[in-house]
Design a protein around this ligand. Sequence first.
Ligand code: 13P
Length: 251
Amino acid sequence: MTTTISPLIAGNWKMNGTRASLDELTALAGMLTTGEAPRALVVICPPATILAAVARQGASAGIQAGGQDCHPAASGAHTGDLAAGMLADAGAQYVIVGHSERRANHAETDDLVRLKAEAAIGAGLKPIICVGETEAQRDSGQAETIVAGQLAGSIPDAASQHEVIVAYEPVWAIGTGRTPTNDDIAKMHASIRHKLVERFGDKGATVRILYGGSLKPQNAREILQVENVNGGLVGGASLLAKDFYTIISAV
Ligand code: 13P
């Protein structure tokens, strides 16, 4: 059943990008519209300062935009934060929540991530809910248990009625050039699928599970064909149009 899920490739620009980076978007749009039509949905999650520009400029090439985080509240006295509705107003259709960098740098818990995902759904966005184990947790054989706990705590019940996306990003693979073996990816994605189906039934069988962590032009083809890998969440390699296009084309 999972083979019918249409793949999605999302670029997470993290804290990289100014208006000058829109040139990369223009280049990517050119590649996507002149080459063979991509088999994957393409999403870019730029810094919020250029989100509206990315949404506007990417639309004609079918590139969708997403935020990198949102606050659980709809509005209020939260200096420096952004509500999901504001991201939607700027043209976003997705928002990443629970990225390991936010879990680590801002002490985000599963409960908070779940509230953010609920806020995203409430604003009409599709949350990309990130999970993933640290190296120590994998070495001690706890990877699947840790990820199962994150899934249980971070995915809201509303996922039974609304579209959510799960991104499996092993923390030790992010920005390191290291990736799990294809067998390890297959095992983890199967375990995530199992948990989703256990909790959400048929709906759980349709949830996209993205892989993220040092996804590059060189390894994209083999990783993206692993069972239950329904696309990718790409950091560093999404910053250059040529590399990102190669990953999109690997689907
Ligand atoms: P890298 O692709 O740079 O390893 O980053 C992955 C990531 O964190 C995407 O959210």
